[in-house]
Design a protein. Structure first.
Length: 149
């Protein structure tokens, strides 16, 4: 697992979103980006996190931030989640884990005594020049926007 830290250049990525559009890091040049990785769309913790970001979306925009989510879910699953919760930001359907691996958020996890590989809930705040200005690994799903802002 690659560990990215504050001051590192964000990995250049290109991936399809929930609508099949190709999204690249370079699309956000000159803007700040909140890139949040989450384990699985439509699960309680991920929904709480995404809805908190949705509820504070206008604040992010007013401070010059774009928001982008990413998981290994299919585009269809991402789109269903967006529709159900009216999420205003795109979600990467990173099924081959290219972006997930580039950011080093895939690895061993434990849940209820079982070990398995999965996405570590992590958020990267990337500045206008593509430099990581914050990495949040202890995400509070219901208060995540406050942690970022």
């Amino acid at each position: 697992m690659t560990t990215l830290k504050i001051g590192d250049a964000a990995p250049n990525f290109s991936a399809k979103d929930n609508q099949g559009n190709t999204i690249k890091l370079s699309d956000y040049a000159g803007k700040k980006l909140v890139l949040f990785f989450y384990p699985k769309a439509s699960t309680p913790g991920c929904t709480a996190e995404a809805c908190d970001l949705r509820d504070n979306y206008q604040t992010f925009l007013s401070k010059g931030y774009d928001v982008l989510g990413a998981s290994a879910d299919s585009a269809k699953r991402q789109q269903n989640w967006i529709d159900k919760h009216e999420l205003p930001f795109p979600l990467l359907a990173d099924e081959d884990k290219t972006v997930i691996n580039a950011f080093g958020v895939w690895g061993p996890k434990k849940f209820m005594g079982k070990e398995y590989d999965g996405i570590h809930r992590t958020t990267f705040v990337i500045d206008e020049n593509g430099i990581i200005e914050d990495v949040i690994t202890k995400v509070k799903t219901k208060e995540h926007a406050a942690q970022i802002l």
